[in-house]
Design a protein around this ligand. Structure first.
Ligand code: AMP
Ligand code: ZN
Length: 415
């Protein structure tokens, strides 16, 4: 018979977990420039309970013109162990990991060195604590994030997701946790990259992400028009047919891939031209542009970027997805950092079939984070019965479409 008084606080906690079949889940994300750790307690069938969350964002990696791998690597080296020490140094029995627990770590895609920092740290922790391990696909985690909020109930498969981040712009049809088809993708740079570059040309790039700054500047134009402070010569940046009508105080912004039958039928996105439109427009004005004009230009370019995105999403839904598949879809997810933009949400919502439910996770779950890695790990571990072992290495170019064949997951024997 057990004599609880002889058990340490820690041992008694572990015993309780075993009896209740709960286990802890640690999510580790280091694929890009966010170092993030999330610790959950999970009783299968119940919503996971967040025990702790630690996050350090580099934030200025886009400032110099894209992610700087060395800076991102240094950031993870400085932060990952420190954040983990804070998380597990709180002397709380609920935080300590043991053999019944699961460590979920981003295995790819991403920058090889950054992925390696997270993976090797996870392996060390798994050896030290005897935990189980699962390597997680970063984009899969973004796709499954809304299911975290409903404990896996919604959205139900199949569903469509638009991933709009600093590194990706893709429309994905997901039929199950492991089956995903990329319906359309960007031909050049990602939407977030375009937003950041345009903001830099407009001189509003700070040490932080530039998307929110561009959104704010663009909104200040709308507010000025509504308040009657801006007497527009041409308020609408586009006329009824979507053709840009430049206000002389703004610049000429055109929406790509919409002229000529060979281009109008393209379902892919293209964002590279927006930066040069802003650059060219400002150069024409000899960079002598008032604050008000900058607000108009921000408004023009943001509208054009989102108009293009919404147009191609609509085209893909109507032409690139077989009717039989489309009829089974009733959910649409938008995730990634740019999904926090309210104007983009409006633009996308406007082109979706009315019957579809629109899911947009809260901002802190839209951007890269350890919570989504933990949840994706739970789905892979519980539903697909998968696990990784200590030989796993980074998969910088892991394909979402052939997610299972591209990895070294193995089917686990017991929970
Ligand atoms: P992620 O790559 O998912 O971490 O998202 C980062 C990207 O989202 C960066 O390019 C940001 O500039 C962009 N972003 C974040 N918030 C917004 C916003 N409100 N509007 C537009 N872009 C945004
Ligand atoms: Zn991401």
């Amino acid at each position: 018979m057990l004599r609880p008084r002889l058990l340490s606080h820690q041992q008694s906690w572990n015993l309780q977990c075993l009896l209740r079949r709960t286990y802890k889940v640690l999510g580790i994300e280091t694929s890009c420039d966010d170092t993030s750790l999330a610790l959950y307690e999970r009783l299968p069938g119940r919503p996971p309970i967040l025990l702790d969350y630690r996050h350090a964002s580099l934030n200025n990696s886009s400032y110099g013109g894209g992610i700087v791998p060395n800076l991102a690597l240094r950031h993870h080296r400085l932060n990952l162990a420190t954040l983990a020490a804070q998380m597990f140094g709180t002397d709380q029995p609920t935080h300590t990991l043991g053999p019944q627990d699961l460590i979920c770590v981003t295995q790819g895609p991403g920058m090889p060195a950054c992925l390696t920092v997270g993976l090797e740290f996870a392996k060390g922790l798994a050896i030290g604590r005897g935990c189980r391990l699962i390597g997680v696909h970063h984009m899969l985690a973004h796709l499954l994030t809304p299911r975290l909020l409903t404990n896996g109930d919604a959205p139900e498969f199949p569903y469509l997701s638009l991933l709009v981040s600093g590194g990706h712009t893709m429309l994905v049809l997901s039929s199950s946790v492991l089956r995903h088809e990329i319906v359309s993708n960007t031909r050049d740079i990602a939407i977030g990259d375009a937003v950041d570059k345009c903001a830099r040309h407009l001189g509003i790039a700070e040490r932080h992400m530039n998307g929110p700054a561009l959104e704010q500047l663009a909104r200040s134009f709308d507010v000025a028009v509504q308040a009657g402070e801006w007497q527009p010569e041409k308020v609408n940046v586009f006329d009824h047919s979507g053709v840009p009508v430049p206000d002389p105080r703004g610049i000429t912004v055109t929406v790509p891939l919409r002229k000529g039958s060979d281009r109008t039928s393209v379902v892919d996105f293209s964002f590279a031209a927006f930066e040069s439109m802003v650059d060219r427009g400002l150069t024409k004005k000899k960079n002598n542009v008032s604050v008000e004009s900058r607000a108009l230009i921000a408004n023009q370019v943001q509208r054009a970027i989102f108009k293009h995105t919404a147009e191609k999403v609509s085209l893909a839904i109507n032409t690139a997805i077989p009717r039989s598949s489309r009829e089974r879809i009733s959910h649409f997810v938008m995730a990634g950092g740019v999904a926090s933009n309210l104007e983009l949400r409006k633009a996308i919502l406007a082109v979706l079939p009315k019957k579809w439910q629109f899911h947009c996770p809260p901002v802190e779950l839209c951007t890269d984070n350890g919570k989504m890695i933990a949840w994706a790990g739970i789905e892979l571990f519980e539903h697909e019965k998968l696990q990784s072992d200590l030989t796993m290495g980074p998969l910088p170019k892991w394909s979402l479409q052939s997610i299972s064949s591209g990895t070294d997951w193995h089917v686990r024997e017991s929970l």
